[in-house]
Ligand binder design. Structure first.
Ligand SMILES: *Cc1c(COP(=O)(O)O)cnc(C)c1O
Length: 484
């Protein structure tokens, strides 16, 4: 399918292309940004045959810059495209805007870190399951980490190599395990009943399943309790004192199971990499013990969980290189293939959730900016009290007063906020406001609460704005009741 233009006037795009990685604070003249007040080139969701998605994207390893930057003119840009111009060009409702080049750069950072190691980058699909993004990640060489049968179906649909896919979860259903066995993906063993189901699935599929034991290393990742998964009272994984039981169980099913590795996943939003090393030390000791019993262990899977700089305060956070360097020697010493399962650190910082200000109000001592987006489209602040940086997309009028605001949506819940106590210039009605770092666990957690339909998604690809997911409509909702 050829790219279908919705609004097409790709004037001066060559000029925009050059502005990838525009340094913060560099001066923006109108001449450099001919898109200003002109239509953007906007393509509909495109097929996998679009040449630009397979063409190499410029990557600057030395000078990492965030893909959303404020120009000296005070406007917010995504890879050289003014976010306000995108708002003018697309549907008039909240939307997600990604930088395709940033996704590429994030994968490159992991690849660079993994140089010299035999490894698999398994992207955790639950962080963001946009099909176009998945296809891009697959083309960049990633595998996929799955937690449901539908995520497995989607990964296969996106063309992921099943031998680079890992099926995880504490409650995997038998029917989904059968699918996993048929597809030939790795399966993590999470519990006694899970092992039983995997054996049954192997028999039903007529295939031997390659399994990893998910061992709960009991380390504290020092993160929000909802996203800590590797401590001893977690619902995930098996406790090491039960290891022998599992090894015996696997040994007794030689036609159904092949034990190929061990897995752990400590949690998410982790900002100290030494706990990955602590966990890896424990895991290689398990590998030694398991190998002593005659198993051929080929894989060490250390999970995902690397955090990102949500606060935008210039703090220095560990990079993929820092993470891999803490475990590199251990991996080499045991001659295993390293599997990592990043979700957030591949996709979170590639995206802004773009809203319009509906109005500003004051109640008692509180000031509120009410926007059209809400907890329905982006629930992390409500769910975890998560901080995501918020800013306006255009310079405020000179008379605008700076105040402290709660940024809230229209949904009928007091938990419906995107940010609390944010110091911002008082925005005009209709002004653009973005919630940063919205690429992971935002759209994939979106609901239709209050019948706020799930928003469309776009990415900036080489200076063009391309739709990569349709927004859901009221008609889509009514269809669920057809013929009933
Ligand atoms: C959620 C999850 C991941 C990804 O975590 P991030 O924090 O997004 O990197 C990886 N592995 C498993 C088993 C998970 O459950």
């Amino acid at each position: 399918m050829a790219a279908a233009p919705i609004i097409s006037l790709p004037q001066g795009l060559a000029g925009v292309r050059k502005c990838i990685l525009w340094p913060v604070g560099a001066s923006f003249s109108n001449a450099s940004f001919p898109l200003r007040r002109r239509s953007l080139s906007l393509r509909a969701a495109v097929s996998t045959s679009v040449p630009s998605s397979s063409a190499p994207v410029e990557v600057s390893k030395s000078s990492f810059k965030h893909c959303f930057t404020t120009g000296a003119d005070g406007f917010l840009y995504c890879e050289g495209v003014r976010v306000e111009d995108v708002m003018e060009a697309v549907e008039k409702r909240p939307f997600y805007l990604y930088s395709k080049a940033q996704i590429t750069r994030n994968v490159e950072a992991y690849k660079e870190a993994l140089e010299g190691l035999n490894s698999i980058i398994g992207y955790a699909i639950k962080a963001n399951n946009n099909l176009k993004i998945l296809e891009h990640l697959r083309k960049l060489g990633c595998g996929a980490v799955l937690v449901s049968g539908n995520e497995l179906r989607l990964a296969l649909h996106a063309g992921f190599d099943p031998t680079k896919c890992i099926f995880n979860g504490n409650g995997k259903l038998l029917e989904d395990l059968v699918l996993a066995a048929e597809a030939g993906v790795f399966v993590n063993v999470d519990s006694e009943f899970d092992l039983e189901n995997i054996v049954t699935a192997a028999r039903l599929a007529g295939k031997k399943v390659r399994v990893l034991l998910r061992i709960n290393p009991d380390v504290d990742p020092q993160v929000h309790p909802y996203v800590a998964t590797g401590n001893k009272n977690s619902k995930f994984g098996i406790r090491n004192e039960k290891l022998q039981w599992f090894l015996d169980a696997v040994k007794s099913q030689p036609d159904e199971l092949q034990l190929v590795g061990v897995h752990c996943h400590l949690g998410s939003t982790i900002t100290k990499v030494d706990i990955f090393r602590d966990a890896a030390v424990l895991m290689v000791n398990f590998i030694d013990q398991i190998r002593e019993q005659g198993f051929t262990i080929e894989y060490l899977n250390i999970g995902g969980g690397l955090g990102i700089d949500y606060h935008h305060t210039g703090a220095v956070l560990p990079t993929p290189m820092d993470l891999i360097n803490t475990v590199r020697e251990l991996v080499v010493s045991r001659d295993v293939r390293l599997i990592i399962e990043p979700g957030r650190s591949l996709i979170a910082n590639t995206c802004c959730f773009v809203n319009r200000v509906t109005g500003v109000k004051t109640n008692g001592t509180k000031n509120f900016i009410v926007i059209d987006g809400s907890m329905s489209e982006l629930i992390r602040p409500s769910l975890y009290g998560a901080y995501q940086h918020i800013e306006l997309v255009s310079p405020p009028p000179p008379e605008a007063e700076v105040s402290t605001f709660d940024v809230v949506g229209p949904v009928c819940e007091s938990a419906d906020f995107l940010g609390k106590d944010r110091e911002l210039p008082t925005p005009a009605k209709g002004a653009g406001l973005v919630v940063h770092d919205a690429g992971a666990y935002c759209m994939s957690m979106a609901s239709t609460y209050n019948l706020k339909m799930r928003p469309p998604e776009y990415w900036v690809d080489a200076g063009s704005v391309v739709k990569i997911r349709h927004g859901e409509t009221f008609e889509d909702h009514i269809k669920l009741f057809e013929d009933l």
